[in-house]
Design a protein around this ligand. Structure first.
Ligand code: PLP
Length: 456
């Protein structure tokens, strides 16, 4: 196990301290992770997927090269054949990279002492993790309900709203809040909703970033409304609303007595170059949803964080909304260590500086393809979207980038947008490696699809 660099009190740091120096793996070269040497039978694993997990996933894995991911460290994922892949994807989870040493050390300790609680006595790790998270959430958001996934955090928020009589759900088109039945009612994408109708009754989706549409729907619903919104739509294709959007959403909710849930599952914990998307706005949500990076890249955990007034029903009756594994010591040990690492390593400052560097670099690399293959490049912090002119280009770019040792994601609710969510621990070597890979991938795909290149 790698030594925990945060075991001792952190020294006073400069605004953006240099990232911890690991030797940069070379894509295609032998991995540094020792257990990645084990060779798995690819065809056998693909068959097991087909027979027991998902035939579609089996096909997709084969199309992407059939490799098996068997190890990870920092910004890198290693496959069974000894190759290293720079992870600019991970669906937004790995802001701290994979297996952050402070988090893995805390989780190892917890496994060796008390991983799951009997739930009769009070459990100290959950209490400390809640305190640490509440200390970083915006003022007034102090009450924490830990869960095991983002969708469960959404469910908890929706149920809390209902406990106060806010039964009419208002979401935004392109918004993504998870796929359990309640959360799916707010994930306004017909592709995911249609097979499972009817979902929650009294649900409305309004255009994202449109305060006039919100004002109109709130005038109709009044205090029955529960509004759920992301500061920046991640799965919606990195859609960035104009400054002041959340401030206006919050003002309208207050004016109409509506309940406001801000979903920071993808945008929170430094991803946007601030602790939270709401930090740059004058917004007062009743509930903030947290997930992804809270795992520290080690153990799944998410949370619903609420004001005292909103949380009252859950606080008074601890059995009103429960789940056996929620707030487990092992998950809370990861969450506590993740929040500590984010804080002490100034991940937020790093995400901001690195985000600017990457956005500038990606824009420069995409410049010659503007209009031909690339429609737009946009981002905030380390959430960057590369919108292509056609859907096919996204798949082709993902494949090409894999060929160059880089992993990226598509966007679930925006098929033309390639999404970059790299960790905040990248060094300059890794940034260059990514930009070189993107340059090559764009060149190949533009040539294959016969797209024009504008010389610079
Ligand atoms: C903003 C947002 N909310 C909720 C979710 C659902 O989280 P999970 O996939 O952990 O259920 C996601 C996942 O991508 C998300 O981006």
């Amino acid at each position: 196990m790698t030594a925990d660099p945060l075991a001792a009190p952190a020294p006073a740091s400069s605004p953006v301290p240099a990232p911890p120096r690991r030797r940069t793996p070379v894509p295609g070269a032998a991995p540094e992770a020792p257990d990645a040497r084990r060779t798995e039978d690819r065809a056998h694993i693909a068959r097991l997927y087909r027979e027991h997990l998902s035939s579609g996933r089996s096909v997709l894995g084969t199309v992407l090269g059939g490799m098996l991911e068997t190890a990870s460290e920092g910004a890198w994922v290693f496959t069974e054949d000894g190759r290293a892949y720079l992870d600019f994807g991970g669906y937004g989870v790995f802001i701290l990279g994979h297996r952050h040493p402070h988090v893995t050390a805390a989780v190892h300790r917890q496994v060796d002492t008390h991983p799951l609680a009997g739930r009769v006595f009070l459990e100290p790790v959950a209490a400390r993790a809640a305190e640490a998270l509440a200390a970083r959430t915006p003022a007034g958001l102090d009450h924490v309900h830990f869960v095991n996934s983002g969708a469960e955090a959404t469910e908890a928020g929706l149920k809390l709203a209902r406990a106060h009589g806010h039964t009419a759900l208002v979401s935004t088109t392109g918004g993504y809040h998870g796929k359990t039945l309640g959360a799916l009612s707010a994930t306004a994408n017909p592709k995911y909703q249609q097979p499972f109708q009817p979902l929650l009754p009294d649900s409305t989706a309004i255009p994202y970033g449109d305060p006039a549409a919100l004002a109109a729907v709130l005038a109709r619903l009044g205090r029955r409304a529960c509004v759920i919104v992301e500061p920046v739509q991640g799965e919606g294709g990195v859609r960035i609303p104009p400054p002041g959007h959340l401030t206006e959403v919050s003002r309208l909710c207050r004016a109409h007595g509506a309940f406001l849930i801000v979903d920071e599952i993808q945008t929170g914990l430094g991803r946007l170059g601030s602790w939270w998307g709401v930090d740059t706005e004058d917004a007062r949500p009743d509930v903030l949803l947290v997930g992804k990076g809270l795992s520290g890249g080690v153990v799944p955990v998410a949370a619903m964080v609420a004001t005292a007034a909103a949380y009252h029903p859950f606080s008074r009756d601890p059995y009103l909304h429960t789940s056996t594994f929620a707030a487990s010591p092992i998950a809370c040990a990861a969450a506590l260590a993740a929040v500590e690492a984010l804080d002490r390593e100034d991940v937020v400052g790093r995400a901001q500086a690195l985000g600017e560097r990457l956005l500038t670099g990606v824009r420069a690399v995409c410049g010659p393809y503007a209009g031909g293959l690339v429609h737009d490049v946009r981002g905030r912090g380390l959430l960057i979207g590369l919108e292509c002119t056609e859907e096919q280009a996204v798949g082709e770019l993902i494949l090409e980038l894999v060929g160059h040792g880089v992993l990226v994601n598509h966007s679930l609710n925006a098929t033309r947008v390639l999404r970059l969510t790299p960790p905040a621990i990248l060094g300059e070597d890794e940034v260059r490696l990514f930009l070189d890979a993107l340059t090559e991938a764009l060149r190949t795909v533009a040539a294959r699809l016969g797209r024009t290149v504008t010389p610079h």
